[in-house]
Design a protein around this ligand. Structure first.
Ligand code: BGC
Length: 455
């Protein structure tokens, strides 16, 4: 049951990736039917991150009140409605509205889906299961790029948008068959339902008593109402810093500059033909997807901290190599740029891609988990928006080498941030992480087996 739950909840990730990627390939066809001014085109592209920002803000409160499953059902319905609306528009402003709705649904689901998986997962495989969400994002990006290759006829941008509705409907149907999160039920005082849900999740004959007792104990200490102000309480703030900080670093690593503008980057690095640029872009999407699969196997084995340091060092070095290659084209052969870009994506996918999603679902105490994940997600979408908008400007002013150097230096900052602030949550129950925080111990010192983790 838990695998089924993870797969269904991860459909939200697929929609996230698909709607992020599809606009890049749909826009040329759309412009044939409806010419767009640069401002309108920009606004239409930005409508998804903007809607997602709004969705992320309300998601925490909605899910504390109505539960994980019901809120995801609402998001699923919005996905289907938004896709149908985008496919049948008559005017470009209607498309902006439809993409705002889609973004809103993505923003809600991007908070609630990882939360739902983390709260339902057995701790042994929690990291891997939450990472299926990131895998689904990368799959969605590749799927959208491939749609761009397959659907090239006039007006086919409508088919591209409509296809986004199919996973939305599957998502909605799948959710009907899933139980509510046992942790949310317990928090609402619905103990019998929490037990029934846990029994369904762990399978027939599983002994759920110990796990249920631990969940109940954490729920009892979390009777204060969840308010955004509670996130700034001294014992919760370190979790907020980790949740928001990791997404800040994820976005400022420049990932979406590469995902959204890969063809331009290849052009700047001296690759002229459009064909090479498109193929290289798809190649990047595929590397991102395949290496994320590898990450799934490593997250619960290597642990979070080691993988993060590995990823930040990898992205920093590759970004600086690309900067150097662009600055000194006579000294560094151009294939180095392609190789370094592939290694950059691989370093991201093995670590900076999945881990912020995993860790934001782990570090917040239950009573503020919803609002806390909302804030982490706001950091994700807010900085996504900033990077995607600033990148073309930076290219035109300081140039590619300086921009990539900037991203590289920020990744080096990520190494220091990880060593100082990020706990090792691998192998710890969500309740053990919570006890450590509530005891007022520095979060960055949390390791499996430390005294505060087990008392
Ligand atoms: C990020 C997205 C990014 C994607 C790329 C996600 O974790 O939040 O902004 O586009 O990874 O795989």
């Amino acid at each position: 049951m838990i695998y089924f739950l993870a797969v269904i909840a991860a459909i939200a990730g697929l929609l996230f990736g698909y709607d992020e990627g599809i606009i890049a390939v749909a826009r040329p066809l759309l412009e044939v039917d409806m010419p767009l001014s640069p401002a309108v085109a920009g606004f239409m592209t930005a409508a998804v991150p903007l809607g997602a920002l709004a969705g992320a803000i309300v998601a925490g409160r909605l899910t504390e009140r109505f539960g994980r499953r019901l809120v995801l059902m609402m998001a699923a319905a919005l996905f289907a409605i938004g896709a149908a609306a985008a496919a049948s528009i008559g005017h470009v402003m209607e498309l902006v509205a439809a993409r705002l709705v889609l973004g809103f649904a993505i923003g809600i689901a991007a908070v609630v889906a990882p939360l739902y998986i983390a709260e339902a997962a057995p701790l042994r495989i929690r990291g891997a299961l939450v990472s299926t969400y990131q895998l689904a994002i990368t799959f969605g990006i590749v799927a959208s790029y491939l749609m761009g290759l397959a659907l090239t006829g006039p007006g086919m941008w409508r088919d591209m948008f409509a296809l986004g509705g199919v996973p939305g409907v599957v998502f909605l149907i799948g959710l009907f068959f899933l139980p509510e999160s046992p942790r949310w039920l317990m928090r609402r005082g619905r103990e019998a339902e929490a037990r029934a849900s846990l029994v369904r999740l762990r399978g027939d004959g599983a002994d759920v008593d110990a796990e249920l007792a631990e969940i109940a104990a954490a729920a009892r200490t979390s009777d204060r109402p969840p308010a955004f102000a509670a996130l700034f309480a001294p014992e919760v703030k370190p979790a907020l810093i980790v949740g928001m900080g990791l997404f800040f670093l994820q976005q400022l690593s420049g990932i979406n500059a590469v995902i959204y503008y890969a063809p331009e980057i290849f052009a700047h690095a001296g690759f002229g033909s459009a064909q090479t640029q498109v193929l290289a872009t798809i190649g990047i999407g595929i590397v991102n997807f395949l290496v994320t699969i590898l990450a799934l196997g490593l997250i619960d084995r290597w642990g979070r901290r080691k993988l993060l340091v590995f990823g930040f060092v990898g992205t920093a070095v590759t970004l600086l190599v690309i900067a150097l290659a662009v600055k000194l084209p006579d000294l560094v052969p151009s294939w180095v740029v392609i190789l370094a870009l592939a290694l950059y994506i691989a370093s991201f996918a093995i670590s900076l891609g999945p881990l912020p999603h995993v860790m934001m679902s782990e570090v917040f105490p239950l009573r503020v988990r919803g609002p806390g994940m909302s804030m982490a997600s706001v950091s994700n979408w807010g900085f996504n928006f900033v990077v995607v908008f600033a990148f073309p400007l930076l290219l035109n002013t300081i140039g590619l080498a300086a921009t990539f150097s900037l991203f590289g230096v920020i990744c080096l900052g990520g190494v220091i941030f990880t060593m100082r602030q990020v706990p090792e949550t691998n192998g710890l129950s969500l309740e053990a992480i919570e006890r450590h925080l509530e005891n007022g111990r520095p979060l960055g010192e949390l390791r499996p087996g430390t005294a505060s983790a087990t008392t």
